[in-house]
Design a protein around this ligand. Structure first.
Ligand code: G6P
Length: 479
Protein backbone atom coordinates (compact mmCIF):
# COMPACT_ATOMS: atom_id res chain seq x y z
CA UNK A 1 0.00 0.00 0.00
CA UNK A 2 1.33 3.44 -0.94
CA UNK A 3 2.85 5.46 1.87
CA UNK A 4 0.71 8.32 3.10
CA UNK A 5 -2.63 6.56 2.88
CA UNK A 6 -4.50 6.85 6.15
CA UNK A 7 -6.03 4.13 8.28
CA UNK A 8 -8.27 6.60 10.03
CA UNK A 9 -9.93 9.51 8.28
CA UNK A 10 -12.23 12.23 9.55
CA UNK A 11 -14.26 14.24 7.05
CA UNK A 12 -15.90 17.45 8.21
CA UNK A 13 -17.00 20.53 6.30
CA UNK A 14 -14.28 22.50 8.06
CA UNK A 15 -10.68 21.75 8.83
CA UNK A 16 -9.78 22.45 12.48
CA UNK A 17 -8.05 25.64 11.31
CA UNK A 18 -9.13 28.47 9.03
CA UNK A 19 -6.72 30.18 6.69
CA UNK A 20 -6.64 33.84 7.58
CA UNK A 21 -4.84 36.57 5.65
CA UNK A 22 -3.93 39.60 7.76
CA UNK A 23 -3.92 43.20 6.46
CA UNK A 24 -0.19 43.01 5.78
CA UNK A 25 -0.72 39.90 3.64
CA UNK A 26 0.74 37.48 6.21
CA UNK A 27 -1.00 34.08 6.23
CA UNK A 28 -1.94 32.64 9.59
CA UNK A 29 -4.13 29.77 10.71
CA UNK A 30 -6.85 30.27 13.31
CA UNK A 31 -8.91 27.69 15.18
CA UNK A 32 -12.20 27.20 13.33
CA UNK A 33 -15.41 28.20 15.11
CA UNK A 34 -17.89 25.81 16.72
CA UNK A 35 -18.19 22.79 18.95
CA UNK A 36 -17.35 20.19 16.31
CA UNK A 37 -13.73 21.31 16.12
CA UNK A 38 -13.39 21.69 19.91
CA UNK A 39 -14.52 18.09 20.33
CA UNK A 40 -12.74 16.38 17.45
CA UNK A 41 -9.35 18.04 17.58
CA UNK A 42 -8.15 16.16 20.67
CA UNK A 43 -9.48 12.90 19.19
CA UNK A 44 -7.37 13.36 16.06
CA UNK A 45 -4.37 14.41 18.08
CA UNK A 46 -4.50 11.11 19.97
CA UNK A 47 -5.50 8.80 17.13
CA UNK A 48 -3.53 10.27 14.24
CA UNK A 49 -4.88 9.93 10.70
CA UNK A 50 -6.06 12.47 8.16
CA UNK A 51 -8.64 15.25 8.50
CA UNK A 52 -10.39 16.21 5.29
CA UNK A 53 -12.18 19.58 5.21
CA UNK A 54 -12.55 23.07 3.77
CA UNK A 55 -10.09 25.69 4.98
CA UNK A 56 -12.62 28.53 5.17
CA UNK A 57 -11.75 30.64 2.11
CA UNK A 58 -13.24 30.47 -1.42
CA UNK A 59 -11.48 29.75 -4.69
CA UNK A 60 -8.20 28.44 -3.32
CA UNK A 61 -6.67 25.04 -3.95
CA UNK A 62 -4.23 24.03 -1.26
CA UNK A 63 -2.05 20.95 -1.04
CA UNK A 64 -2.34 18.57 1.93
CA UNK A 65 -0.22 19.83 4.81
CA UNK A 66 0.72 19.25 8.44
CA UNK A 67 -0.37 21.77 11.03
CA UNK A 68 0.52 21.55 14.68
CA UNK A 69 0.91 17.77 14.45
CA UNK A 70 -2.32 17.18 12.48
CA UNK A 71 -2.45 15.87 8.94
CA UNK A 72 -4.87 18.09 7.02
CA UNK A 73 -6.31 17.56 3.54
CA UNK A 74 -8.04 20.68 2.20
CA UNK A 75 -11.08 20.43 -0.08
CA UNK A 76 -11.60 23.54 -2.22
CA UNK A 77 -14.93 25.37 -2.55
CA UNK A 78 -15.61 27.96 -5.22
CA UNK A 79 -17.25 31.28 -4.26
CA UNK A 80 -20.48 30.01 -5.81
CA UNK A 81 -20.32 26.78 -3.80
CA UNK A 82 -19.74 28.75 -0.61
CA UNK A 83 -22.91 30.63 -1.45
CA UNK A 84 -25.02 27.67 -2.53
CA UNK A 85 -23.71 24.61 -0.67
CA UNK A 86 -22.42 26.21 2.57
CA UNK A 87 -24.44 29.39 3.17
CA UNK A 88 -27.37 28.10 1.12
CA UNK A 89 -28.31 24.45 1.53
CA UNK A 90 -26.29 23.75 4.70
CA UNK A 91 -27.09 26.91 6.62
CA UNK A 92 -30.18 28.34 4.93
CA UNK A 93 -32.06 25.02 4.50
CA UNK A 94 -30.79 22.24 6.79
CA UNK A 95 -29.67 24.29 9.81
CA UNK A 96 -33.05 25.99 10.42
CA UNK A 97 -35.01 22.85 9.43
CA UNK A 98 -33.08 20.70 11.92
CA UNK A 99 -33.39 23.35 14.66
CA UNK A 100 -37.17 23.40 15.04
CA UNK A 101 -37.64 25.86 12.13
CA UNK A 102 -36.82 28.72 14.54
CA UNK A 103 -36.03 30.59 11.31
CA UNK A 104 -37.85 29.59 8.13
CA UNK A 105 -35.80 27.18 6.00
CA UNK A 106 -35.52 28.03 2.31
CA UNK A 107 -35.72 25.38 -0.38
CA UNK A 108 -33.87 26.12 -3.62
CA UNK A 109 -33.03 23.57 -6.28
CA UNK A 110 -29.70 25.22 -7.20
CA UNK A 111 -28.63 24.98 -3.54
CA UNK A 112 -29.43 21.28 -3.52
CA UNK A 113 -27.50 20.69 -6.77
CA UNK A 114 -24.48 22.37 -5.27
CA UNK A 115 -24.83 20.30 -2.06
CA UNK A 116 -24.78 17.13 -4.17
CA UNK A 117 -21.70 18.28 -6.13
CA UNK A 118 -19.73 19.22 -3.05
CA UNK A 119 -20.65 15.98 -1.25
CA UNK A 120 -19.29 14.12 -4.29
CA UNK A 121 -16.02 16.03 -3.98
CA UNK A 122 -15.60 15.20 -0.29
CA UNK A 123 -16.38 11.53 -0.95
CA UNK A 124 -13.87 11.38 -3.82
CA UNK A 125 -11.22 12.97 -1.64
CA UNK A 126 -11.78 10.43 1.14
CA UNK A 127 -11.67 7.60 -1.41
CA UNK A 128 -8.18 8.81 -2.47
CA UNK A 129 -6.83 9.29 1.05
CA UNK A 130 -8.11 6.17 2.85
CA UNK A 131 -6.07 2.97 3.06
CA UNK A 132 -7.71 -0.35 2.18
CA UNK A 133 -10.15 -1.33 4.95
CA UNK A 134 -9.70 2.03 6.69
CA UNK A 135 -12.19 3.61 9.08
CA UNK A 136 -13.74 6.82 7.78
CA UNK A 137 -15.76 9.03 10.08
CA UNK A 138 -18.03 11.55 8.36
CA UNK A 139 -19.23 14.54 10.40
CA UNK A 140 -22.37 16.61 10.45
CA UNK A 141 -25.25 17.94 8.38
CA UNK A 142 -23.16 19.46 5.58
CA UNK A 143 -22.06 15.98 4.43
CA UNK A 144 -25.06 13.69 4.75
CA UNK A 145 -24.67 12.24 1.25
CA UNK A 146 -21.02 11.33 1.73
CA UNK A 147 -21.59 7.94 3.44
CA UNK A 148 -23.44 6.41 0.46
CA UNK A 149 -21.28 8.15 -2.17
CA UNK A 150 -18.15 6.90 -0.47
CA UNK A 151 -19.48 3.38 -0.12
CA UNK A 152 -20.16 3.39 -3.87
CA UNK A 153 -16.51 4.30 -4.50
CA UNK A 154 -14.92 2.23 -1.75
CA UNK A 155 -16.99 -0.70 -0.45
CA UNK A 156 -13.98 -1.91 1.55
CA UNK A 157 -14.21 0.95 4.05
CA UNK A 158 -15.82 1.02 7.47
CA UNK A 159 -17.94 4.19 7.42
CA UNK A 160 -19.35 6.03 10.41
CA UNK A 161 -21.43 9.19 10.46
CA UNK A 162 -22.08 11.53 13.39
CA UNK A 163 -24.65 14.33 13.40
CA UNK A 164 -23.63 17.14 15.76
CA UNK A 165 -26.96 18.97 15.58
CA UNK A 166 -30.50 17.79 16.36
CA UNK A 167 -32.28 15.44 13.96
CA UNK A 168 -35.83 16.73 13.56
CA UNK A 169 -39.11 14.90 14.06
CA UNK A 170 -40.74 13.63 10.90
CA UNK A 171 -43.33 16.43 10.80
CA UNK A 172 -40.47 18.84 10.06
CA UNK A 173 -38.05 16.59 8.19
CA UNK A 174 -40.64 15.62 5.61
CA UNK A 175 -40.88 19.25 4.43
CA UNK A 176 -37.56 18.67 2.72
CA UNK A 177 -38.04 18.02 -1.01
CA UNK A 178 -34.90 15.82 -0.97
CA UNK A 179 -35.79 13.89 2.20
CA UNK A 180 -35.37 10.47 0.66
CA UNK A 181 -31.95 11.24 -0.82
CA UNK A 182 -30.73 12.45 2.57
CA UNK A 183 -31.96 9.31 4.34
CA UNK A 184 -30.36 7.10 1.71
CA UNK A 185 -27.15 9.12 1.88
CA UNK A 186 -26.88 8.45 5.61
CA UNK A 187 -27.66 4.77 5.18
CA UNK A 188 -24.33 4.39 3.38
CA UNK A 189 -22.78 4.39 6.87
CA UNK A 190 -22.44 1.30 9.07
CA UNK A 191 -23.17 3.41 12.14
CA UNK A 192 -25.15 6.66 12.26
CA UNK A 193 -24.59 8.52 15.54
CA UNK A 194 -26.77 11.22 17.10
CA UNK A 195 -26.53 13.37 20.22
CA UNK A 196 -29.73 12.05 21.84
CA UNK A 197 -31.76 8.82 21.67
CA UNK A 198 -34.84 10.73 20.43
CA UNK A 199 -32.94 11.85 17.32
CA UNK A 200 -31.87 8.28 16.55
CA UNK A 201 -35.48 7.17 16.94
CA UNK A 202 -36.67 9.94 14.57
CA UNK A 203 -34.20 8.69 11.99
CA UNK A 204 -35.11 5.02 12.28
CA UNK A 205 -38.79 5.80 12.02
CA UNK A 206 -38.28 7.96 8.93
CA UNK A 207 -36.21 5.23 7.29
CA UNK A 208 -38.95 2.69 7.96
CA UNK A 209 -41.74 4.95 6.73
CA UNK A 210 -40.08 6.74 3.84
CA UNK A 211 -37.48 4.31 2.51
CA UNK A 212 -39.29 1.13 3.49
CA UNK A 213 -36.48 -0.81 5.18
CA UNK A 214 -37.19 -3.18 8.02
CA UNK A 215 -36.07 -1.93 11.41
CA UNK A 216 -35.80 -3.32 14.90
CA UNK A 217 -35.04 -0.90 17.76
CA UNK A 218 -31.80 0.81 16.69
CA UNK A 219 -31.07 -1.54 13.79
CA UNK A 220 -31.95 -1.00 10.14
CA UNK A 221 -31.82 -4.00 7.81
CA UNK A 222 -30.88 -3.13 4.24
CA UNK A 223 -32.04 -5.45 1.43
CA UNK A 224 -28.44 -6.27 0.45
CA UNK A 225 -27.82 -7.86 3.85
CA UNK A 226 -26.04 -4.98 5.55
CA UNK A 227 -27.22 -3.76 8.94
CA UNK A 228 -27.02 -0.07 9.87
CA UNK A 229 -26.99 0.91 13.53
CA UNK A 230 -28.54 4.26 14.58
CA UNK A 231 -27.70 5.21 18.16
CA UNK A 232 -27.03 8.14 20.49
CA UNK A 233 -23.48 9.09 21.50
CA UNK A 234 -23.62 12.39 23.44
CA UNK A 235 -20.49 14.33 22.50
CA UNK A 236 -18.15 15.91 25.03
CA UNK A 237 -14.89 17.83 25.46
CA UNK A 238 -11.34 17.22 26.59
CA UNK A 239 -12.26 17.81 30.23
CA UNK A 240 -8.76 17.42 31.58
CA UNK A 241 -7.27 19.93 29.11
CA UNK A 242 -9.88 22.54 30.08
CA UNK A 243 -9.34 21.94 33.78
CA UNK A 244 -5.55 22.23 33.43
CA UNK A 245 -5.99 25.47 31.54
CA UNK A 246 -8.36 26.81 34.17
CA UNK A 247 -5.86 25.97 36.92
CA UNK A 248 -2.92 27.67 35.20
CA UNK A 249 -1.34 30.79 36.68
CA UNK A 250 -2.07 32.88 33.60
CA UNK A 251 -5.75 32.05 33.66
CA UNK A 252 -5.98 32.64 37.41
CA UNK A 253 -4.38 36.08 37.01
CA UNK A 254 -6.53 36.92 33.99
CA UNK A 255 -9.69 35.88 35.86
CA UNK A 256 -8.87 38.38 38.61
CA UNK A 257 -8.19 41.07 36.04
CA UNK A 258 -11.53 40.45 34.30
CA UNK A 259 -13.48 40.76 37.54
CA UNK A 260 -11.63 43.95 38.43
CA UNK A 261 -12.27 45.54 35.08
CA UNK A 262 -15.95 44.74 35.49
CA UNK A 263 -15.89 46.67 38.79
CA UNK A 264 -15.81 43.60 41.05
CA UNK A 265 -19.60 43.25 41.13
CA UNK A 266 -21.41 40.80 43.40
CA UNK A 267 -22.57 38.75 40.41
CA UNK A 268 -20.89 38.19 37.06
CA UNK A 269 -23.20 36.45 34.59
CA UNK A 270 -21.73 35.07 31.39
CA UNK A 271 -22.90 33.71 28.05
CA UNK A 272 -20.65 32.58 25.21
CA UNK A 273 -22.21 31.59 21.89
CA UNK A 274 -21.76 31.76 18.19
CA UNK A 275 -24.03 34.62 17.13
CA UNK A 276 -26.82 32.31 16.00
CA UNK A 277 -30.62 32.59 16.21
CA UNK A 278 -30.79 29.12 17.80
CA UNK A 279 -28.87 30.31 20.87
CA UNK A 280 -31.63 32.40 22.46
CA UNK A 281 -29.62 35.61 23.00
CA UNK A 282 -32.64 37.90 22.73
CA UNK A 283 -34.69 36.09 25.34
CA UNK A 284 -31.91 35.90 27.93
CA UNK A 285 -30.85 39.53 27.55
CA UNK A 286 -34.48 40.61 27.88
CA UNK A 287 -34.86 38.54 31.03
CA UNK A 288 -31.76 40.11 32.57
CA UNK A 289 -32.78 43.63 31.50
CA UNK A 290 -36.20 43.18 33.11
CA UNK A 291 -34.65 42.01 36.38
CA UNK A 292 -32.73 45.28 36.58
CA UNK A 293 -35.63 47.40 35.42
CA UNK A 294 -38.07 45.93 37.95
CA UNK A 295 -35.56 46.34 40.78
CA UNK A 296 -34.95 42.63 41.45
CA UNK A 297 -31.24 43.29 40.86
CA UNK A 298 -29.36 46.48 41.55
CA UNK A 299 -27.39 47.75 38.58
CA UNK A 300 -24.33 48.10 40.84
CA UNK A 301 -24.49 44.44 41.83
CA UNK A 302 -24.53 42.54 38.53
CA UNK A 303 -22.87 42.55 35.13
CA UNK A 304 -23.88 40.35 32.22
CA UNK A 305 -21.03 39.53 29.83
CA UNK A 306 -22.30 38.31 26.48
CA UNK A 307 -19.61 37.04 24.12
CA UNK A 308 -21.03 36.49 20.63
CA UNK A 309 -18.63 34.91 18.18
CA UNK A 310 -19.14 36.12 14.60
CA UNK A 311 -20.70 33.38 12.48
CA UNK A 312 -22.09 32.90 8.93
CA UNK A 313 -22.15 36.64 8.50
CA UNK A 314 -23.31 36.66 4.91
CA UNK A 315 -26.47 34.63 5.58
CA UNK A 316 -29.52 36.95 5.84
CA UNK A 317 -30.91 35.57 9.10
CA UNK A 318 -27.54 36.10 10.79
CA UNK A 319 -27.31 39.70 9.56
CA UNK A 320 -30.77 40.42 10.88
CA UNK A 321 -29.89 38.83 14.23
CA UNK A 322 -26.71 40.88 14.58
CA UNK A 323 -28.61 44.15 14.03
CA UNK A 324 -31.32 43.04 16.48
CA UNK A 325 -28.82 42.20 19.21
CA UNK A 326 -26.88 45.44 18.65
CA UNK A 327 -30.12 47.37 19.08
CA UNK A 328 -31.32 45.37 22.07
CA UNK A 329 -28.04 45.72 23.98
CA UNK A 330 -27.93 49.45 23.18
CA UNK A 331 -31.50 49.90 24.35
CA UNK A 332 -31.04 47.93 27.58
CA UNK A 333 -27.80 49.67 28.51
CA UNK A 334 -29.37 53.03 27.61
CA UNK A 335 -32.49 52.32 29.67
CA UNK A 336 -31.07 50.81 32.83
CA UNK A 337 -27.36 51.78 32.85
CA UNK A 338 -25.74 54.59 34.79
CA UNK A 339 -22.52 56.54 34.26
CA UNK A 340 -19.70 54.04 34.59
CA UNK A 341 -22.16 51.16 35.04
CA UNK A 342 -23.27 49.33 31.93
CA UNK A 343 -25.23 46.24 32.92
CA UNK A 344 -24.42 44.38 29.69
CA UNK A 345 -20.90 44.00 28.33
CA UNK A 346 -21.36 42.83 24.77
CA UNK A 347 -18.36 41.49 22.87
CA UNK A 348 -18.75 40.57 19.21
CA UNK A 349 -15.49 38.65 18.91
CA UNK A 350 -13.91 35.25 19.18
CA UNK A 351 -11.34 34.56 21.86
CA UNK A 352 -8.62 31.98 22.36
CA UNK A 353 -9.34 29.09 24.70
CA UNK A 354 -7.25 30.60 27.49
CA UNK A 355 -9.39 33.74 27.61
CA UNK A 356 -12.54 31.60 27.61
CA UNK A 357 -11.23 29.60 30.57
CA UNK A 358 -10.56 32.87 32.43
CA UNK A 359 -14.08 34.07 31.66
CA UNK A 360 -15.55 30.78 32.89
CA UNK A 361 -13.67 31.12 36.14
CA UNK A 362 -14.74 34.74 36.51
CA UNK A 363 -18.43 33.91 36.01
CA UNK A 364 -20.66 33.29 39.03
CA UNK A 365 -23.53 32.30 36.80
CA UNK A 366 -23.13 30.74 33.36
CA UNK A 367 -26.23 31.28 31.24
CA UNK A 368 -26.66 28.72 28.45
CA UNK A 369 -30.18 29.11 27.10
CA UNK A 370 -30.46 27.99 23.47
CA UNK A 371 -33.89 27.59 21.88
CA UNK A 372 -32.57 24.34 20.40
CA UNK A 373 -29.05 22.91 20.46
CA UNK A 374 -27.63 19.49 19.54
CA UNK A 375 -25.44 19.40 22.66
CA UNK A 376 -23.84 22.73 23.65
CA UNK A 377 -20.26 22.22 24.70
CA UNK A 378 -19.96 25.64 26.36
CA UNK A 379 -22.03 24.23 29.23
CA UNK A 380 -19.58 21.33 29.60
CA UNK A 381 -16.56 23.64 29.31
CA UNK A 382 -17.87 25.75 32.18
CA UNK A 383 -18.29 22.70 34.39
CA UNK A 384 -14.83 21.40 33.41
CA UNK A 385 -13.23 24.73 34.41
CA UNK A 386 -14.98 24.97 37.82
CA UNK A 387 -12.57 22.69 39.70
CA UNK A 388 -13.33 24.92 42.71
CA UNK A 389 -16.93 23.53 42.71
CA UNK A 390 -18.19 27.11 42.63
CA UNK A 391 -20.47 28.83 40.14
CA UNK A 392 -23.95 28.03 38.90
CA UNK A 393 -25.10 26.83 35.50
CA UNK A 394 -28.43 27.99 34.09
CA UNK A 395 -29.26 25.61 31.25
CA UNK A 396 -31.99 25.38 28.65
CA UNK A 397 -33.99 22.18 28.59
CA UNK A 398 -33.66 22.35 24.79
CA UNK A 399 -29.89 21.84 24.82
CA UNK A 400 -28.71 18.25 24.42
CA UNK A 401 -26.47 18.82 27.44
CA UNK A 402 -29.55 19.08 29.69
CA UNK A 403 -29.94 15.30 29.53
CA UNK A 404 -26.61 14.87 31.35
CA UNK A 405 -26.24 18.06 33.41
CA UNK A 406 -29.28 17.48 35.52
CA UNK A 407 -28.12 19.58 38.48
CA UNK A 408 -28.15 22.79 36.43
CA UNK A 409 -30.83 25.42 36.98
CA UNK A 410 -33.08 24.30 34.17
CA UNK A 411 -35.08 26.78 32.08
CA UNK A 412 -37.48 26.97 29.17
CA UNK A 413 -35.92 29.88 27.24
CA UNK A 414 -39.29 30.85 25.75
CA UNK A 415 -40.60 31.53 29.26
CA UNK A 416 -39.11 34.89 30.23
CA UNK A 417 -40.60 34.91 33.73
CA UNK A 418 -39.35 31.38 34.34
CA UNK A 419 -35.91 32.44 33.15
CA UNK A 420 -35.93 35.47 35.47
CA UNK A 421 -36.81 33.23 38.40
CA UNK A 422 -34.02 30.77 37.54
CA UNK A 423 -31.45 33.58 37.22
CA UNK A 424 -32.49 34.92 40.64
CA UNK A 425 -32.29 31.45 42.17
CA UNK A 426 -28.84 30.82 40.67
CA UNK A 427 -27.55 34.22 41.84
CA UNK A 428 -28.92 33.74 45.33
CA UNK A 429 -27.79 30.14 45.87
CA UNK A 430 -25.66 29.40 48.92
CA UNK A 431 -22.09 28.24 48.16
CA UNK A 432 -22.90 24.84 49.70
CA UNK A 433 -25.83 24.35 47.37
CA UNK A 434 -23.75 25.45 44.38
CA UNK A 435 -20.96 23.06 45.34
CA UNK A 436 -23.41 20.18 45.70
CA UNK A 437 -24.73 20.73 42.19
CA UNK A 438 -21.36 21.44 40.61
CA UNK A 439 -19.69 18.37 42.15
CA UNK A 440 -22.29 16.05 40.63
CA UNK A 441 -22.08 17.72 37.22
CA UNK A 442 -18.29 17.53 37.30
CA UNK A 443 -18.44 13.85 38.02
CA UNK A 444 -20.69 13.38 34.99
CA UNK A 445 -18.47 15.32 32.57
CA UNK A 446 -15.27 13.77 33.88
CA UNK A 447 -16.66 10.27 33.39
CA UNK A 448 -18.05 11.10 29.96
CA UNK A 449 -15.27 13.06 28.32
CA UNK A 450 -14.29 13.15 24.68
CA UNK A 451 -12.19 9.98 24.81
CA UNK A 452 -15.17 8.11 26.17
CA UNK A 453 -17.31 9.44 23.30
CA UNK A 454 -14.80 8.58 20.57
CA UNK A 455 -14.08 5.13 21.99
CA UNK A 456 -17.77 4.29 22.36
CA UNK A 457 -18.49 5.35 18.78
CA UNK A 458 -15.47 3.71 17.17
CA UNK A 459 -15.86 0.45 19.11
CA UNK A 460 -19.44 0.18 17.92
CA UNK A 461 -18.40 1.08 14.37
CA UNK A 462 -15.79 -1.66 14.29
CA UNK A 463 -18.07 -4.30 15.76
CA UNK A 464 -18.52 -7.04 13.14
CA UNK A 465 -22.18 -7.72 12.48
CA UNK A 466 -22.97 -10.81 10.43
CA UNK A 467 -25.02 -10.26 7.30
CA UNK A 468 -28.73 -10.61 8.08
CA UNK A 469 -31.08 -12.79 6.03
CA UNK A 470 -30.82 -11.48 2.47
CA UNK A 471 -34.21 -12.80 1.54
CA UNK A 472 -35.93 -10.58 4.05
CA UNK A 473 -38.58 -8.60 2.22
CA UNK A 474 -38.47 -4.83 2.72
CA UNK A 475 -41.58 -2.99 3.87
CA UNK A 476 -43.17 -0.77 1.20
CA UNK A 477 -41.68 2.75 1.13
CA UNK A 478 -42.83 6.14 -0.03
CA UNK A 479 -40.57 8.91 -1.24
C1 G6P B 1 -21.84 23.88 14.65
C2 G6P B 1 -21.90 22.81 13.58
C3 G6P B 1 -20.54 22.62 12.93
C4 G6P B 1 -20.01 23.95 12.44
C5 G6P B 1 -19.97 24.96 13.59
C6 G6P B 1 -19.49 26.34 13.15
O1 G6P B 1 -21.10 23.45 15.72
O2 G6P B 1 -22.38 21.61 14.12
O3 G6P B 1 -20.63 21.72 11.84
O4 G6P B 1 -18.71 23.81 11.89
O5 G6P B 1 -21.27 25.07 14.12
O6 G6P B 1 -20.24 26.82 12.09
P1 G6P B 1 -19.56 27.18 10.71
O7 G6P B 1 -20.70 27.40 9.77
O8 G6P B 1 -18.77 28.41 10.98
O9 G6P B 1 -18.68 26.03 10.31
Amino acid sequence: MAAGLAEFVVIANRLPVDRYIAHDGAVTWRTSPGGLVTALEPVMRRKGGAWIGWHGAPDEKLKPFEHDGLRLVPVPLSAQEVEEYYEGFSNGTLWPLYHDVIAPPEFHREWWDSYVDVNHRFAACAARVAKRGATVWVQDYQLQLVPSLLRGLRPDLRIGFFLHIPFPPRELFTQLPWRRQILEGLLGADLVGFQLPGAAQNFVRLVRERVGHKTHRDLIYLPEGRTVVARAFPISIDVNAFEQLARSENVTARCKEIRESLGNPKHVLLSIDRLDYTKGLRQRLRAFGELIRDGSIDVDDAVFVQVATPSRERVDQYRILRDDIDRLVGRLNGDVGRIGQQPITYLHASYPREEMAALYRAADVMVVTPLRDGMNLVAKEYVACRYDDAGALVLSEFAGAAAELRQAYRVNPYDINGMKAALMEAMGAEPREQARRMKTMRKTVIENDIDHWATAFLDELNFERPSHDKKMRPARGRS
